[in-house]
Ligand binder design. Structure first.
Ligand SMILES: Cc1cc2nc3c(=O)[nH]c(=O)nc-3n(C[C@H](O)[C@H](O)[C@H](O)COP(=O)(O)OP(=O)(O)OC[C@H]3O[C@@H](n4cnc5c(N)ncnc54)[C@H](O)[C@@H]3O)c2cc1C
Length: 635
């Protein structure tokens, strides 16, 4: 084969490799912050693809989407335009876990995001595969591609997802391929190993079959309806503009016969055959994992979800598998309502290369290679939302790097994005990491309804939030503050008439003069019920009312959490130098010396979250820091 002569294809500030959910947000953020950005993708049709579940959001993930939007990202706006069903989950629980989850028209989502990328100023979209990254010492200088191009760049953002040396598994059958029939990216891994000395991990995930709609008997299933009142994901949209006809999803169940077929053939799953070495996502187990792990159960829930308005492919949620197609054709027919199902695309598992994210700082830059950023599934996360969250942060930081400005970091008390990145770079992961509300210790403060109040000013200061979004934010922020102040002054006196009204609306008598503000704190009362005591009330938008109510009802808990956050920040602000020789610090245990030297935490706070670093080790470090401080003062 002839040797490739690479041609000079142009100079860029940032090259983003991959246009999945991470790459799309990274490229848009970098370009919008003024960086001349090249976005490389193996196939333009692979842009913002959803190779698995046709939905965005859900517990913890909905919070991420809102935060991306609050910072000036794109995912929320695209899904508001392309959703086909919308539901607010966990409404019977506290606001900290309320989570929006919407069904997407996958093809439309891809098209709308592709259009946004095609028309973004400063962004150059090219269909090509990155095969090598160039560096000069520890500085990134360029990218070589399959088509023979050499791009010069100051920074690179790797967002290669599930494509690096990816392999598909269906029982005894396995072959080199990307997801959804797209080609794999088989060259870049070698460059990461040989040019950068990176040890790559093998991870895996799986997806269920797609079945033809008309081959399903829905009469045996429970329809799942969307919410009547649709809440938008993006703060740039308002509820009244969101109403449209919504598609149905359906709830059904596997059967004992289905489980028996799986058990009888378990030795033919790619995992049992030992062909797959990668670890899969604990919270998205395959059907064979569920059948073997919960052997006492004769049925598992299955959700049938439409993939879009212009296709009759139905997604069989909860039944991903790496069993042979022959076996799939048997056990899918044993799911209630799928007795005559026609499989359009079989289920499969996919294995791919990823990096150990503990090699990264919280800006998602590699610790040793300046200008090299990583985002998305390549960092060991799983999910469109987790990928997009890392993408926007990596894109922002690539642009700031080019400008020579300090990195943009979100900590665990500011955003779910901060929790996600801190968990990945401080603890690393050996299986695909999925976001959940239980991972966020400050979740009462990090609610999805206040993401803009927490982050939009930061996005504005960066230059990522445009005027229209910013005006919308100020309208909400001031609206919430103004209404809270106003209802503090709306007094309710303990008259017989008022107490009669209180009884009528399900509450108890007043003994002293109170206010609408105070009364909202009563669990049985809310802003709307108290309108009777507030005749001068102005017209207030539902989303503002929601924030007003939550701020008031949870005031005590929120205040308590603010104290905890102040404690947390104290340790986060105790900075640790990157070059500390931990092996020389007396009193540190060997395990701690090893872990601290590997992960090189940026603060005492981060050090305290490293597995294997004990509170005693942290005390030793605090004494060491104090000693250093005094030495510096003395010198
Ligand atoms: C089979 C399957 C099942 C999944 N199941 C789940 C699940 O159950 N739950 C869940 O939360 N998530 C699941 N996911 C994960 C989810 O799809 C990903 O988390 C998400 O798509 C990751 O986004 P990303 O941007 O990191 O990468 P991707 O969306 O994978 O995008 C990567 C992009 O990089 C491009 N690319 C790769 N290498 C190169 C190169 N060298 N040069 C140029 N372009 C390149 C590709 O063309 C693509 O555009 C699944 C994914 C797959 C494939």
């Amino acid at each position: 084969m002839a040797e490739i002569k690479y041609f000079e294809a142009g100079d860029f500030d940032t090259v983003v490799i991959g246009a999945g959910h991470a790459g799309s947000e990274a490229a848009l953020a970098a370009a919008r912050l003024g960086a001349k950005t090249l976005l490389l993708v193996t196939n333009l049709n692979a842009i913002a693809q959803m190779p698995c579940n046709p939905n965005i959001g859900g517990t913890g993930k909905g919070h991420l989407v809102r935060e991306i939007d609050a910072l000036g990202g794109e995912m929320a706006k695209v899904i508001d335009e392309t959703f086909i069903q919308s539901r607010m989950l966990n409404t019977s629980k506290g606001p900290a876990v309320h989570s929006l989850r919407v069904q997407a028209d996958k093809r439309r989502y891809h098209e709308v995001m592709k259009r946004v990328l095609e028309n973004e100023e400063n962004l150059y979209l090219v269909e090509d595969e990155a095969v090598r990254i160039l560096r000069d010492g520890n500085k990134i200088t360029g990218v070589l591609t399959r088509d023979g191009a050499k791009y010069n760049t100051k920074t690179v953002v790797l967002c290669t997802g599930t494509y690096l040396r990816s392999r598909i598994f269906m029982g005894e059958v396995n072959f080199s391929s990307g997801p959804s029939g797209f080609g794999p990216a088989n060259h870049l891994s070698k460059s990461l190993e040989e040019d950068f000395g990176l040890e790559l991990l093998r991870l895996k995930t799986g997806t269920p079959a797609r079945v033809l709609r008309k081959s399903i008997d829905f009469s045996t299933m429970k329809p799942q309806y969307g919410d009547e009142k649709v809440v938008p994901f993006s703060f740039s949209n308002i509820a009244k503009d969101m109403n449209k006809d919504q598609e149905l999803c359906y709830l059904t169940y596997t059967t004992k016969e289905c489980h028996d077929i799986i058990r009888d053939n378990i030795d033919r799953s790619a995992l049992s055959l030992g062909d797959i070495e990668g670890r899969g996502p604990r919270y998205c187990p395959s059907i064979e994992d569920k059948v073997m792990r919960f052997s006492d159960r004769d049925s598992h829930q299955v959700f049938i979800e439409p993939e879009g308005l212009t296709t009759d492919e139905m997604y069989i949620q909860g039944v991903s598998s790496s069993l042979p197609v022959e076996v799939q054709q048997q056990f899918y027919k044993k799911i209630i309502g799928l007795e005559n199902c026609r499989i359009l695309r079989p289920a499969y598992a996919i294995e791919y290369d990823a990096i150990d994210a503990t090699l990264l700082t919280r800006s998602l830059e590699h610790m040793d290679y300046k200008g090299m950023f990583f985002a998305g599934q390549i960092n060991g996360s799983s999910g469109y939302e987790e990928a997009a969250s890392q993408g926007i942060v990596a894109g922002i930081n690539a642009a700031l790097k080019v400008k020579g400005e300090d990195p943009f970091i979100l900590d665990r008390s500011e955003a779910y994005i901060g929790v996600l990145i801190d968990d990945l770079v401080t603890k690393g992961t050996r299986e695909p990491y999925r976001m959940m509300t239980s991972r966020a210790e400050y979740r009462l403060t990090l609610r999805q309804d206040n993401a803009d109040l927490r982050l939009t000013q930061k996005g504005r200061d960066l230059g990522l939030v445009d005027d229209e979004r910013y005006e919308g934010f100020i309208y909400r922020k001031e609206g919430i503050e103004r209404e809270i102040e106003r209802i503090k002054k709306v007094k309710v006196t303990p008259t017989a008439e008022n107490n009669e009204i209180l009884k009528k609306i399900g509450s108890t008598d007043l003994t002293n003069t109170s206010s609408v503000y105070e009364l909202i704190k009563r669990p049985e009362l809310d802003y709307k019920k108290l309108a009777v005591f507030d005749p001068e009330r102005p017209e207030v938008r539902d989303d503002i009312i929601r924030n007003v109510e939550i701020e008031i009802k949870y005031e005590g808990y929120i205040k308590k959490q603010e104290i905890q956050i102040r404690q947390f920040k104290k340790l986060e602000n105790k900075i640790l130098d990157k070059d500390i020789e931990y092996n020389e610090i007396e009193g540190l245990r060997n395990e701690a010396k090893e872990k601290l030297s590997d992960i090189r935490p940026e603060s005492i706070g981060q050090a305290s979250r490293i597995t294997g670093v004990s509170p005693a080790d942290i005390n030793v470090l605090l004494i060491y820091l104090e000693h250093k401080r005094r030495q510096n003062e003395a010198s």
